[in-house]
Design a protein around this ligand. Structure first.
Ligand SMILES: NC(=O)c1ccc[n+]([C@@H]2O[C@H](COP(=O)([O-])OP(=O)(O)OC[C@H]3O[C@@H](n4cnc5c(N)ncnc54)[C@H](O)[C@@H]3O)[C@@H](O)[C@H]2O)c1
Length: 430
């Protein structure tokens, strides 16, 4: 079911939606807030981090060009407000929750930020508001963290207040798939909840795909990212298989992708990172464990993903050995450490595991990434080298290739391993 409101730019006005609060102004919340503001809605951006709020006010944040322009305009306008005061959400007609849903060190969901954001929502809720969870989470989150406590407080959900789930699909750094063109999946607790939430989402996009419940929306998001995780693991495995046959995995993938049905190309790489693929499938696995169920394929894929940095390091070791040297004392440069091209985000980046593993095996490791001047690794922090060309590296390991950067200097490195499998020296910006 896909519904379209043709004149979506005026939807806010038509439905008398005048203000929306966004809780969590991070990689997802900020572009969402800017999209709503550009659609004619007053925005109250709430974040408990003063540092983050200051960075937004100073426009020193990681955004695609269009959103950067929106921000530079919005910060000077009275109807775009930034605050750490959670009680301000009571002023809004609708509230979107975009707080992080990461993992702890045991790969268990870290529900602290979501629980506290929802507790604040319940504490400040007033009749007539529409509350939309957009953070990725386990099935039943909206029910447990919002519907139940709101009901206990005396609200009749679907009559006095409206609750829905619409997990974010935003792809930070991606200029191809805009918010306006990317359909939102939406499931409300009741049809009235769905309708009220749809009027909010229609400010962002005319493309809203309705499902029957918040739970269906929550599971849809877990399925989407689990699908990606499983296919990335398979692409990595196929890269190793191709290598065993001395074949180029990219040639094989491109050839398979010429089939117009039944195949979708995924590419091998050095590992995953960011806030989605390394995390989201664990929300599903955690929930299944609690109900004595299992998902062996997903479990295996996540194990393979966790092992991927180790395989990349083995590739480095084997290459050095073939060249008559070992890892001990080798000077290795990791090229690009953000988890994907074009962003500054190094959260859970496989590059950090790779740096740690190389150092553990005795290599002297440096890295070069103009988008990430400093990273935390085991034992402290590391700065990006400024001039990679001038130094005497034994091996360069390509982890992330940023658009518009000069990589010609790689030609001076005696050994280059391309863990992305798709580095094209001809596209270097020099
Ligand atoms: N980053 C992505 O690519 C992406 C894509 C789609 C969906 N998601 C999902 O969106 C959600 C947000 O992810 P993100 O990458 O934007 O996270 P983020 O870490 O970039 O931003 C979250 C922000 O929320 C703030 N915050 C935390 N707890 C808060 C609270 N109780 N009240 C107010 N502010 C609070 C933090 O200070 C931070 O600025 C997650 O559930 C994630 O899985 C992320």
């Amino acid at each position: 079911m896909t519904s379209t409101v043709a004149e979506f730019q005026t939807v806010a006005e038509l439905n008398e939606l005048t203000s929306v609060a966004v809780i969590g102004m991070g990689y997802v919340g900020l572009p969402t807030a800017l999209g709503l503001h550009a659609g004619g809605v007053a925005v109250i951006g709430i974040d408990l981090s003063q540092n983050r709020l200051e960075a937004i006010r100073a426009c020193e944040v990681d955004l695609i060009e269009n959103d950067q322009r929106r921000l530079e305009k919005a910060v000077h306008q009275e109807d775009f407000q930034l605050t750490a005061d959670a009680s301000r959400m009571a002023e809004a007609d609708a509230i979107l929750v975009c707080v992080p849903t990461g993992l702890d060190e045991y790969l268990m969901p870290d529900l602290g930020p979501l629980e506290s954001a929802c507790a604040a929502l319940v504490a400040h809720a007033r009749p007539g508001q529409t509350l939309i969870l957009t953070s990725t989470s386990y099935v039943g989150t909206s029910g447990r963290l919002l519907v139940k406590p709101l009901t206990a407080k005396g609200f009749k959900v679907g009559r006095d207040i409206f609750v829905a789930s619409s997990p974010e699909r935003i792809d930070p750094g991606n200029v191809t798939h805009t918010q306006a063109e990317t359909p939102r999946v939406l499931g409300g607790v009741t049809p009235a909840c769905t309708a009220m939430a749809q009027r909010v989402l229609n400010v962002l996009t005319p493309r809203v795909h309705l499902v029957s419940s918040p739970e269906a929306a929550e599971l849809t998001k877990l399925y989407e990212n689990t699908f990606r995780a499983v296919n990335i693991a398979l692409a990595n495995e196929f890269a190793e298989i191709s290598d065993g046959f001395s074949l180029d995995p990219i040639e094989v993938i491109d050839a398979a992708a010429s089939k117009p049905y039944g195949f979708m190309a995924f590419h091998p790489g050095p590992g995953v990172g960011g806030h989605c693929i390394p995390c989201d499938p664990h929300y599903l696995l955690w929930q299944l464990r609690a109900t004595q169920n299992s998902a062996p394929l997903v479990t295996q894929a996540m194990r393979a993903i966790a092992e991927r940095p180790g395989q990349v390091v083995d590739r480095v070791l084997n290459t050095l050995s073939r060249n008559g040297t070992g890892m001990a004392g080798a000077r290795i440069l990791v090229v690009g450490v953000t988890y994907k091209p074009g962003v500054q985000d190094v959260r859970s980046s496989s590059a950090l595991d790779i740096i740690d593993l190389l150092a553990e095996k005795g290599a002297t490791v440096g890295y070069y990434d103009p988008l990430a001047p400093n990273v935390r690794v085991t034992g402290g922090s590391l700065d990006s080298v400024v001039e990679p060309a001038g130094e005497d590296w034994d091996l360069a390991l390509i982890h992330t290739v940023h658009p518009g950067q000069d990589y010609d200097w790689l030609g001076q490195c005696p050994i280059v391993i391309d863990a992305t499998y798709r580095f094209d020296p001809a596209l270097s910006a020099a």
